[in-house]
Design a protein around this ligand. Structure first.
Ligand code: MN
Length: 292
């Protein structure tokens, strides 16, 4: 097997606010070279790098809004997020937890800092991904998977190098905790200083790594600092990650869907007609109801 090399190291774009609760750097689709097709099926990646929110009596966040045609996945690194949707899904995730919401045919949802956490505030750090759905599942029923940290499958690395949390996909024969609609890997990897891990990912998978803490060296050649995203070439299967300091990296890989994308705002479909239909259905109240 040959090694999978880094194609691009993306520095974080300037931060902007989503609602008043998420201060994010967008990597996908706005970073040059990281459009919606390049990391297919990962069509959006917002990264709230570590940011201290002051105490607030009312929770900050994003009010009621719709989605159709994909999944939203939120990974909490610091702080707590609360979610409610019109399909009845909802809950709170804390550090190390993941919310996996399949919007599919359509939901309304809202995303806020958890009420009690808001009262004290503190460091907040999150990743939100949009995972595209294959055409045949875009209009399937919405679904919600709450993955508390304790529920996520974990693999201890040899020699105390660290731990790999298998959110989705597979690592060293251990299956991920989330069910997915297409083959993909989401591996949250915690390394001790000088710890090393090797990943084997199919050559054709679109593959990237976000450095959430510390800094790492990949394949003994490329240094990827905190809050940077490395995009890999679509050839070769193996790469190593070595922690220059205690580090946390999120590995994302997926088999491309290679289907047409028609996207606007909160809707991601395959054709313009389907996109128009999404707006029409939303305006006619067909996404259900959710109290603000
Ligand atoms: Mn949303």
């Amino acid at each position: 097997m040959t090694s999978k090399r880094i194609e691009l190291i993306a520095k974080p774009n300037p931060a902007h606010f989503v609602g008043d609760g998420f201060r994010v750097h967008n990597f996908i689709p706005s970073y040059p070279g990281l459009d919606m097709k390049r990391m297919d099926p990962f069509i959006m990646l917002d990264y709230n790098s570590k940011y201290a929110f002051p105490a607030s009596s009312s929770p900050k966040g994003v009010g009621v809004h719709p989605h159709r045609g994909f999944e939203t996945v939120t990974i909490a690194y610091k702080g707590k997020v609360e979610h409610h949707d019109s399909a009845g899904g909802g809950g709170v995730i804390g550090e190390g937890g993941v919310q996996w919401m399949t919007a599919a045919s359509g939901v309304l949802h809202k995303e806020y800092h958890e009420r009690e956490w808001s009262k004290t505030g503190g460091d907040f750090q999150m990743v939100q991904l949009w995972v595209n759905l294959p055409a045949q599942y875009k209009m399937s029923a919405p679904k919600y998977q709450a993955l508390d940290h304790e529920k996520i499958a974990k693999v201890n690395l040899p020699e105390g190098a660290g731990i790999v949390e298998v959110i989705a996909g597979e690592f060293k024969g251990i299956q991920g905790s989330a069910s997915t609609f297409s083959p993909l890997n989401m591996l949250n990897t915690k390394l001790e200083k000088d710890g090393q891990v090797e990943f084997t990912i199919p050559a054709d998978h679109n593959t990237a790594m976000l450095v959430v803490e510390g800094s790492v060296r990949v394949n003994d050649t490329d240094i990827v600092p905190t809050d940077h995203l490395a995009l890999f070439e679509n050839k070769g299967e193996n790469f190593t990650v070595f922690a220059l300091q205690k580090a946390v990296v999120l590995i994302l890989s997926g088999e491309p869907l290679n289907e047409p994308i028609a996207a606007h705002g909160p809707f991601v479909m395959n054709t313009r007609a389907e996109l128009m239909e999404a707006f029409r259905d939303f305006n006619e109240g067909k996404f259900g109801y959710l109290e603000d």
